[in-house]
Design a binder for this molecule. Structure first.
Ligand code: ATP
Length: 213
């Protein structure tokens, strides 16, 4: 089976840490594509001041030229909080023959038990957790997941052999960048000195006067 990576986030804004993470997953898992799925209304964060449309456009600009990176705006077409379980339900319907691999940083995995219907996620997809700078070097799995872990060396074959239900942990560390720190830098600094953003995204932010205090 083809493996399709699903990378959800607020992308407020998308940064080089996101892109490095996606590239590492692509290289390791041999995914046929990685779908970037911006949240319209993130359930666990304050509603972003920058609209979902702007955030999706920045994702589009950041991934242009990467043939295996795809923008998926399915969460922008729904009302209410962007629950991942609902997105998975929709994508599973659209992609019935593929192995789906939900990608998240280790910080997100730790908060998983606060997600809507989190125990059902593995009924739709596999989970690939990526190490994040300043997280523990050992992954603490939630008890309900203890029997689902496969070593990363076997993950490409095992994730391709079944459509959902497994977990693996990728110990690469993408650059230590966060959208929060980028927003803070953009609101204070001369925009030309802000690091960590793809150039086209920085230009878009400047042209549209985003993240100004
Ligand atoms: P914020 O600082 O606003 O919380 P963020 O930088 O964490 O944002 P999100 O869009 O919320 O960005 O992240 C989407 C996903 O990417 C999450 O699962 C997060 O853990 C992961 N992620 C983002 N940046 C990194 C990074 N530098 N290293 C590893 N994982 C990352």
């Amino acid at each position: 089976m083809e493996i399709i990576g699903l990378f959800g986030g607020t992308f407020n804004p998308i940064h080089n840490g996101h892109l490095a993470l996606a590239q590492s997953v692509l290289n390791t898992m041999h995914c046929s594509q990685i779908r970037f799925i911006p949240a319209a209304i993130p359930p666990h964060k304050a509603i972003p001041a920058v609209t979902a449309q702007h955030r999706a456009t920045m994702v589009h600009l950041a991934i242009a030229g990467h043939p295996q990176f795809v923008l998926d705006t399915c969460e922008l077409d729904r009302q209410g909080p962007s629950y991942t379980i609902e997105t998975l339900h929709l994508l599973r319907h659209r992609l019935p023959e593929q192995s789906l691999c939900l990608i998240m940083g280790q910080d997100s995995y730790l908060k998983l038990p606060t997600w809507h219907r989190w125990l059902e996620l593995l009924d739709y997809c596999h989970l690939l957790i990526v190490h994040r700078a300043d997280s523990e070097h050992q992954l603490q799995l939630h008890a309900a997941h203890a029997s689902k872990l496969v070593d990363i060396a076997q993950a490409p074959q095992q994730f391709a052999a079944q459509a959902y239900g497994l977990i693996s942990y990728l110990k690469v560390t993408p650059p230590d960048i966060s959208s929060t720190r980028i927003r803070a830098a953009l609101s204070q600094a001369d925009h030309t000195v802000v690091d960590g953003l793809p150039e086209k995204v920085l230009h878009y932010i400047q042209e549209n006067h985003l993240y100004q205090s």
